[in-house]
Ligand binder design. Structure first.
Ligand code: AMP
Length: 279
């Protein structure tokens, strides 16, 4: 696997592959790779001839009080995992390469960013949309793959690539979980043993209430009970636990359109998110 740190080197690999008529997938990540990230690389390998992974801890998507400085960075380990996965190229730029001096442009997506994670993380989606736009324009892949674990992010990325006519297919891939149901996340290492034992109950509560709602339980009552269950099991603060339209993220009062349950909650200083479809 080649490793490049500049846009010029990235483009030179891409144009050589293009000359050979090869198709290309891009998998953007912030590193500290786990089986969830690697599942996206596998999708890339299935869908295209060449896979580029990027690792960039994007300062633009962290609020001043968030963990940009301490976010886990494990590039050597990540490289071994990517090689094992058969990834063809790692693009790992530094902050100056990504945001040159005097960089003044950000991407703001309307509609989808006035709810859920946007409320507790102002500026987060602008940061994500800006860096993903740049990565897509730098690499110009045929396909870019993102996890449904960050479902709102996936919708935002689909929205702006459509709105900006960026010629790429955005592919969503299912959430990979620990055996006990906890969605894999680079931040799970922050959980102390007690929090780690509570964390999987986010998924079990969502699953239970998704099934109750599918079976006809009153939606408002189920959501209230689910929030209560999370409090009772030890979650410190619930940012949201909502049933939303899977495409528009508007709140749902029935199951006439495809819907998902979304939750974000805190265990100590760690914020967990999860979502699942309600059939
Ligand atoms: P991150 O490094 O957290 O920015 O994530 C990079 C990509 O991996 C994003 O598209 C995430 O949605 C995806 N991802 C993170 N966790 C998981 C997971 N447990 N299962 C599948 N995809 C994931």
């Amino acid at each position: 696997m080649d490793i490049v740190r500049t846009v010029v080197e990235l483009r030179s690999h891409v144009s050589a592959w293009r000359k050979d008529g090869l198709t290309i997938s891009l998998v953007p990540t912030m590193g500290s790779l786990h089986a969830g990230h690697l599942s996206l690389m596998k999708v890339g390998k299935e869908k295209s001839d060449k896979v580029i992974a990027s690792i960039f801890v994007n300062p633009l998507q962290f609020a001043p009080d968030e963990d940009f400085e301490t976010y886990p960075r494990e590039e050597n380990c990540d490289i071994l995992k990517l090689v094992e996965e058969g990834v063809d190229l790692l693009f790992a730029p530094n902050v100056n390469e990504m945001y040159r001096q005097n960089s003044k442009t950000t991407i703001n997506v309307g509609g989808l960013t006035d709810c859920l994670c946007a409320l507790s993380r102002p500026g987060f989606f602008d940061g994500v949309a800006t860096v993903v736009t740049k990565l897509l324009l730098q690499a110009l892949p045929d396909i870019a793959i993102f996890g449904e674990k960050d479902y709102q992010q996936l919708l935002v990325i689909k929205r702006f690539t459509t709105d900006l006519d960026i010629p790429v297919e955005i592919v969503g891939a299912p959430t990979i979980r620990e055996k006990d149901g906890l969605a894999l996340s680079s931040r799970n290492i922050y959980l102390d043993p007690k929090s780690r034992s509570i964390a999987p109950s986010m998924f079990s509560i969502l699953s239970q209430h998704a099934s109750n709602i599918s079976n006809g339980s009153d939606i408002k009552k189920s959501l209230k009970l689910a929030r209560q269950n999370m409090h009772d099991l030890g979650f410190d603060k619930i940012d949201y636990l909502d049933l939303r339209n899977s495409q528009t993220l508007e709140t749902c009062s029935d199951l006439k359109r495809p819907s998902r349950l979304f939750a974000a909650a805190w265990l100590g200083s760690t914020r967990l998110i999860d979502n699942l479809t309600v059939t």
